[in-house]
Ligand binder design. Structure first.
Ligand code: ADP
Length: 477
């Protein structure tokens, strides 16, 4: 983390410094260039003006007598510029100071030629030993149509070094200030960037360890704020997935525990009975009862396994329905016939009422029967007196089946859970009734698979009503 902060800091400071040094460098070079130029051209103008004045004072003759020599000395003092006069051949014939060294020497031929043609010549000179550069101008000496030679004016460029020094000083201060300012700015920026990033880093590390409740509290509306929001949204989703995974894990282990429990119970019973039979303790008469119980247990286990397989297939969407136009009346009569005897044995009447112009059901007949069978089986199982009625009628595009019993009823709390697999209202009592707790879970899934609907209404001690809406052939029209 610290490394990241350092690297952001380093990168920012380098780019700031580079920009500042480059900017100030360019400005410095330009200032130097323009300043220099300005000074040179101002001085050049001044020297040209002075040399024209010199010329006007000495242009009447082509030799320098004493009087003119004095004028030259006077002008030298007035202008502060050294004056040389050279003749047509380029030989220096007079100087404003009694400078014997220069007299008799020659001026460069190119300069002489240009001067004799009436042109001005300007040159920048730097003499060894002189700290300031010199500027020389050469103008023709004489009259317009009669040039005798040239007038050279030398003058040191005073102030140039001062200006250069000033520029250098300004640039130095500006650079120093820029570096200080940029360091402060970069420190602030890298702090404002790295602080929220540290927060994000901490939170995501915790998320990486599986703690998805972690949220990042960054309210800024910049890119970092957006990043924090996105991570928070991701964490929210991951948290939901984690909760769902947990729930599914619980369901799966519950499911396995239930299956083993449901299978172990009949197996234990049979094991006990078999041991008793093996020991030869049971007499002939009792033996038949033992065999009967064991037979019942195998039937129960068989049903349990069948139901389980059905439910697993339904939950994995592995069951495909083969839908037909099914004669509702004949199916209901068949189911009624199936349970009639069992109900009668308990003294419970089983009635079937069919509405007028009853439509055919448009269902998978095997699954349709399974639905009615599971509901009726429960009704018979949980009803000791009274009656069980089945009515069928048309309800719009649906076929509505109402199966009502006058049995023990289901409490309001339990009504919510009866659709869940392995749910039995009173486990102790259900054991006697030998339920699997899977019947209604299968019914619900099958009805939904048919795009139908099922509801329950019940009151403890009063009885229970199941209403099932199944698609009829009307729905196809
Ligand atoms: P089971 O195989 O135990 O009947 P179901 O899923 O069919 O399993 O039913 C779940 C539970 O709902 C039953 O154990 C029972 O407690 C309750 N139940 C279902 N139908 C009725 C009913 N008609 N009257 C009273 N209780 C019922």
């Amino acid at each position: 983390m610290l490394g990241m902060k350092k690297s952001i800091f380093r990168r920012l400071i380098l780019s700031y410094m580079f920009t500042i040094v480059l900017g100030i460098g360019i400005v410095g070079i330009l200032m130097f260039y323009f300043g220099n130029n300005y000074i040179y051209s101002a001085k050049q103008e001044e020297l040209l003006r002075q040399s024209r004045t010199v010329n006007s004072n000495i242009q009447d003759t082509r030799w320098i007598n004493e009087e003119k020599q004095e004028i030259l000395e006077f002008l030298n003092q007035t202008f502060g510029s050294q004056i040389w006069i050279f003749n047509e051949k380029g030989e220096i014939i007079a100087t404003s100071t009694q400078d014997e060294v220069s007299i008799g020497k020659s001026v460069a031929v190119s300069i002489v030629e240009k001067t004799l043609q009436g042109e001005n010549v300007v040159s920048r000179l730097k003499f060894e030993g002189l700290s300031e550069p010199m500027l020389s101008v050469v103008v023709p000496w004489g009259k317009q149509d009669n040039v005798y030679g040239g007038i050279v004016l030398h003058s040191p460029l005073r102030g140039l070094n001062d200006i250069v020094g000033k520029i250098r000083e300004t640039i130095l201060w500006a650079t120093l200030f820029g570096i200080l300012f940029s360091t402060a700015m970069v420190s602030y920026h890298s702090w404002t960037i790295s602080r929220p990033l540290q927060k994000i880093d901490r939170a995501t590390s915790r998320m990486a360890m599986g703690d998805f409740r972690e949220r990042i509290e960054i309210k800024s509306e910049d890119e970092i704020g957006d990043l924090a929001n996105t991570i928070n949204m991701m964490a929210e989703k991951l948290e939901k997935i984690e909760v769902e995974r947990h729930r599914l894990d619980n369901i799966r282990s519950d499911f396995l525990a239930n299956i083993s429990h449901e299978l172990r119970t009949p197996l234990t019973t049979m094991q006990g009975f078999l041991e008793a039979l093996q020991d030869g303790l049971i007499e002939d008469e009792g033996r038949k009862r033992y065999y009967d119980v064991m037979y019942d247990e195998t039937i129960h286990m068989n049903r349990l396994v069948d139901d389980l397989l059905d439910l697993i297939k339904l939950e994995n969407n592995e069951i495909t329905l083969s839908k037909y136009h099914v004669d509702t009346k004949s199916i209901l009569e068949k189911q009624k016939f199936k349970f009639e005897r069992e109900a009668a044995e308990k003294g419970v009447a089983l009635t079937l009422t069919l509405g007028e112009s009853l439509p055919n059901a448009y269902t998978d007949p095997v699954r349709f029967e399974q639905i009615i069978n599971n509901i009726l089986k429960n009704a018979v199982k949980f009803t000791e007196t009274g009656e069980i009625s089945i009515t069928a009628e048309k309800d719009g595009p649906f076929l509505l089946l109402v199966i009502t019993d006058t049995g023990i009823g289901i409490s309001e709390v339990d009504q919510e859970f009866i659709w869940e697999r392995f749910y039995k209202v009173d486990r102790g009592r259900s054991k006697q009734n030998k339920g699997t707790g899977l019947g209604l879970a299968i019914v619900k899934k099958l009805v939904e698979l048919h795009d139908g609907k099922i509801t329950v209404q019940s009151q403890i001690g009063q009885g229970t009503t199941f209403k099932i809406w199944m698609p009829s052939e009307e729905k196809l029209k």
